[in-house]
Design a protein. Structure first.
Length: 222
């Protein structure tokens, strides 16, 4: 440890190499979270519809993606989509599409559990006053499901932020890539990887504490 030298790390290094990757990691996390929750909600409703022509494809989608390592899905999208559309696609755009599609499978299971946690009696009460299935879901079930599953959704989002480091496989410039480039430029790879680990830990641990406090508040309200 005596050979480590962190003296090269200053604001110039951070602003020149790390911030660009940090902003992309945040952008990727937010876009994939919003897109994944939206698509995951649709998949959850399909699986709960009771209609085989909706249940089977949704179940196949979720079970397939949950059974494949994320890094393989990243490589598939990055290498295969350009062949299908006939033109290259940037690493950043490929990562956004991949994470949205992949995370939807996990958000779908969270949303399905949240929807099932709402008592069926409330749905029947909605039907009794003349609501349609869509109105019951929109006005009664989904608002409660989102509230019930909010801590779990946020926890999955923290995991998503950690997983953004896997885009190194296709050369996207994320937070980890920024530290890696800085380490190569200053010939201090060990130091930059150590600092990167600390940064990831601080961000994820802080967010986990916020999620825990939110969960406690929700439990108190109930």
């Amino acid at each position: 440890m005596s050979g480590l030298d962190f003296g090269f790390l200053n604001w110039g290094v951070v602003s020149g190499f790390v911030l660009k990757g940090f902003f992309f990691s945040i952008q990727l996390t937010i876009v994939a979270m919003l897109g994944g929750i939206a698509l995951g909600t649709v998949l959850a409703l399909m699986r709960l519809s009771g209609k085989k022509w909706l249940v089977l494809p949704a179940a196949a989608y979720v079970n397939t993606l949950r059974s494949i390592p994320l890094v393989m899905v990243i490589l598939w999208f990055f290498l295969l989509i350009p062949l299908l559309i006939g033109r290259p696609m940037g690493a950043e755009l490929s990562a956004i599409i991949t994470f949205t599609v992949f995370e939807a499978a996990y958000y779908s299971e969270i949303m399905r559990a949240g929807i099932q946690s709402v008592p069926k009696g409330q749905v029947y009460a909605g039907y009794a006053v003349g609501m349609t299935y869509a109105q019951c879901m929109q006005l009664i079930v989904l608002p409660q499901a989102f509230r019930n599953m909010l801590p779990v959704l946020l926890t999955q989002t923290i995991i998503l932020f950690q997983d953004t480091s896997l885009v190194y496989a296709i050369g996207a410039y994320d937070l980890l890539k920024g530290f890696e480039v800085a380490g190569k430029n200053f010939n201090r790879p060990v130091e930059t990887y150590l600092v990167a680990a600390v940064v990831y830990f601080v961000i994820c641990f802080s967010l986990s504490m916020l999620v825990r406090r939110l969960q406690q508040k929700i439990q108190i309200i109930r």
